[in-house]
Structures are given as structure tokens and as C-alpha cells.
Design a protein around this ligand. Structure first.
Ligand code: SAH
Ligand code: SF4
Length: 384
């Protein structure tokens, strides 16, 4: 019999698992609370579970976390971990502390198949989907480590953004149970408004998420015309802007927030001109007559050599933001956090997939090579 990883289950999944062992649902609830609220991984710690159940669990289950390859702490308190997910693949998780919240930026895939031009993960290609346990293990580890680190009994992470490596809506079946565990009062008890899925626009899965597990939605827009967007985000050829905006409107009927966050990566001379801003305003205020209730989050591009792209000037970013704001659209410019440790972030997949070196040696190499993607992740703390 294979050993189940209990991090693979939301509460319903764990209840079904316990039922197979002849145990009642409330046992699953106790177990779920031990794992996610108390950070327990050793069944012997779980003192209010019957000894017989603990014995049974030891025979068929475990709480299997991920191995941490590196941890980097920034002067501003941002922390990044690189987790080994086997076969030479690694994923990145970033904690961004702020006065009123703690945000964790979580990865959903090793690599990404969408292949956006400005994204280093996209350039490196797709390795594989993460399992539910691998998505949840990032939160499980970070939350309980940080509680110990800060000597706190209560929750440290108040917000989760699915903005690390990968396209979460192309790993839907693993994503949804992970989201449910984040939201569950017996799990992390996070508010739906404080869990954000960021997508490059996988329209059918946006519709499914609206019904299965509506959380806050960020859509990576990046361009005001199909021609340009298809160039930057190849998935646009399948789901062009009009369809994507329709999907946003449908999503809003179920969403916990009454707006969609549009992310817009500012690329020098490519999508950052006043004309682009005007076209965007036209889209989001006129689409289907009513427009799409939204906020914009402008992300100054984090350059990397293979992209052949440059970051927009501050003046261009400010001018762009001013045009959107003047049209009545709430617009923020994402601030960069953890600059001094950016090096360890984001561009892991390709590097790791070469897998010629021991993981730790490669992690050291990455410190020099992996600059770009991190600040996009580290900076997206404006979400909730
Ligand atoms: N795949 C999802 C979520 C992960 S990417 C998505 O694309 O939405 C999270 C955000 O970082 C996206 O808005 C993405 O466009 C942005 N991003 C990717 N590479 C970047 C870079 N080099 N500089 C700035 N932002 C980047
Ligand atoms: Fe994938 Fe998002 Fe990067 Fe595009 S921006 S390649 S969807 S991770």
C-alpha cells in the first residue's frame, strides 16, 4: 500500500480518506487542524487522537513537506525559499511582510507552458505540475516556520497570491483542493478576498473557478490589442482580449471582490505609450457597454538577458498610471521588495532542469543568475 501524503487533501478529501480507515469525519477535522493549524507532522504529537488511530495512520499516511534548498532574507524582511520538488526541479516561494498583513507568493508549477516573452519562467519551459501537497507545503512550511521565528501563536500569513512560478489555472485539479485548505476554518482560515489567483487568461478555467472556489482574481493583461498581446502572451491566440474580458465579467458574478485586478508589465517602448493607455481605458470602460470593474497594477519589468526587453522608465510608468487614474481607474505601481535578495528568485526552472549539479550547488549558482522574476513576486503585496 502506498503511503498517502495528507497534505494532498482538503478537508473533504481527508474525511474520505479517514472514512476508508473506518473513522468518522470529526476525526478528520481534528487531524486537519493538527496538520494545518498547529503544523504537526508527527502523529504521536496529536494527543487527542485515539492511539489506535495514530497507529493506523503511521501505517498508511504521512505529512510529507518539501525540502528547503535555500532561504534568503532581505533587509526589508522579505524572505524567499527555494524548495526541491525532485528530479532536479525546484520552485520558489516568497514571504512579504507589511505593517498590516503578511503575503505569501506561492508557485503552482515547475516552469510554465504559456511562454510569455517577458517571463523567465516562461522562457525556461514547462517541467511539471505541482501536486496539491506541493502547493500546500509551501504555505504549511512558511506559516509554521514564521510563527516559530517570530514567537507567535497566531497566524502570520494573512494573504496568499498564486503568483510564483507557473500558470495556476493550467494546474486546476491540484489548485482547487489547495485553495480550499487555505480557506477552510479548520485549515488556514484565510478570507476569500485575501487569496488571489493570478492567470494569463485560461478562460474556461476562470469559469470553473467561479463555481468551484471563487477567490480574488488577478488577470495578466499586458497589452491593449490582440496583436500585441498575442506576441507577449501566446495564450491570447486561443483566448483573445474580448473573450478574456467576457470571462472577467462572468467571474465577477461570483467573486468575493467587486473588481478584477489587471496586471500590466511595463516594457520600454513595447506597451508603455500613452496610446496604449488610451486603448486600455477604452477596453475596460466600454467592453459590452458597461465595461469591466477593475483596478490596474503596473509592474515595472524585471529584465533578464534572454528576453531582449527593457524596463520602462519611471517617467513612462508614472505617465501611464496618471492616464489610467485620470480616467477613474484605480492604479497602483508595484513596488519592489526584497531587492537585495532578488538574485535567488524566479528563474529557477530552466537552471534546475539542467540538473547536472547537486541541487545545493546549483542553488548557489542561482544566487547570481536568478535575478528577474523575484521582484515581481515579492512586490505583489498590493493585492488585498
Ligand atoms: N502565470 C500567472 C501567475 C504567475 S506570474 C500569470 O501569468 O498571471 C505573476 C505575475 O508576474 C504576472 O502578472 C506576470 O505577468 C508577471 N511577470 C512575469 N515575469 C515578469 C517580469 N520579468 N517582470 C515583471 N513581471 C513579470
Ligand atoms: Fe507562465 Fe505567468 Fe510566466 Fe506567462 S507570466 S510564462 S503565464 S508564469
Amino acid at each position: 500500500m502506498t503511503t498517502a501524503n495528507l497534505l494532498d487533501f482538503d478537508l473533504d478529501g481527508l474525511a474520505a480518506f479517514c472514512e476508508q480507515l473506518g473513522e468518522k469525519r470529526f476525526r478528520a477535522t481534528q487531524l486537519f487542524r493538527w496538520i494545518h493549524q498547529r503544523g504537526a507532522s508527527d502523529f504521536d504529537q496529536m494527543s487527542d487522537l485515539a492511539k489506535s488511530l495514530r497507529q493506523k495512520l503511521k501505517g498508511c499516511a504521512e505529512v510529507r513537506a518539501l525540502t528547503v534548498l535555500t532561504e534568503h532574507v532581505s533587509a526589508d524582511g522579505t524572505i524567499k525559499w527555494l524548495f526541491d520538488v525532485g528530479d532536479g526541479n525546484a520552485v520558489e516561494t516568497v514571504f512579504i511582510p507589511e505593517d498590516d498583513r503578511g503575503t505569501l507568493c506561492v508557485s503552482s508549477q515547475a516552469g510554465c507552458a504559456v511562454g510569455c516573452r517577458f517571463c523567465s519562467t516562461g522562457h525556461q519551459g514547462f517541467a511539471r505540475n505541482l501536486k496539491t501537497s506541493e502547493i500546500l507545503a509551501q504555505l504549511w512550511y512558511a506559516e509554521h516556520l514564521l510563527r516559530r521565528k517570530f514567537g507567535r501563536d497566531e497566524r502570520v500569513i494573512s494573504n496568499v497570491v498564486m503568483m510564483g512560478m507557473g500558470e495556476p489555472l493550467q494546474n486546476y485539479n491540484a489548485l482547487v483542493p489547495a485553495l480550499r485548505a487555505m480557506l477552510d476554518d479548520h485549515g488556514y482560515g484565510l478570507s476569500r478576498r485575501r487569496v488571489t489567483v493570478s492567470t494569463s487568461g485560461v478562460v474556461p478555467m476562470m469559469d470553473r473557478l467561479a463555481l468551484d472556489c471563487p477567490v480574488a482574481m488577478a488577470v495578466s493583461l499586458h497589452a491593449p490589442t490582440d496583436e500585441l498581446r498575442s506576441h507577449l502572451v501566446p495564450l491570447n491566440r486561443k483566448y483573445p482580449i474580448a473573450e478574456l474580458l467576457d470571462a472577467c465579467l462572468r467571474y465577477l458574478e461570483h467573486a468575493p471582490r467587486d473588481f478584477i485586478t489587471f496586471e500590466y508589465c511595463m516594457l520600454d517602448g513595447v506597451n508603455d505609450q500613452p496610446e496604449h493607455a488610451r486603448q486600455l481605458i477604452e477596453w475596460v470602460q466600454r467592453h459590452r457597454g458597461t465595461g469591466v470593474p477593475c483596478k490596474f497594477n503596473l509592474i515595472p519589468f524585471n529584465p533578464f538577458p534572454a528576453s531582449g526587453l527593457l524596463r520602462s522608465s519611471n517617467a513612462a510608468v508614472q505617465a501611464f498610471a496618471a492616464l489610467l487614474s485620470a480616467a477613474g481607474i484605480v492604479t497602483t505601481v508595484r513596488k519592489t521588495r526584497g531587492d537585495d535578495i532578488d538574485a535567488a528568485c524566479g528563474q529557477l526552472a530552466g537552471d534546475v532542469r539542467d540538473r547536472t549539479n547537486a541541487a545545493t550547488r546549483m542553488a548557489q549558482k542561482r544566487v547570481i543568475e536568478l535575478k528577474p522574476v523575484s521582484s515581481r513576486a515579492a512586490a505583489l503585496s498590493t493585492g488585498a
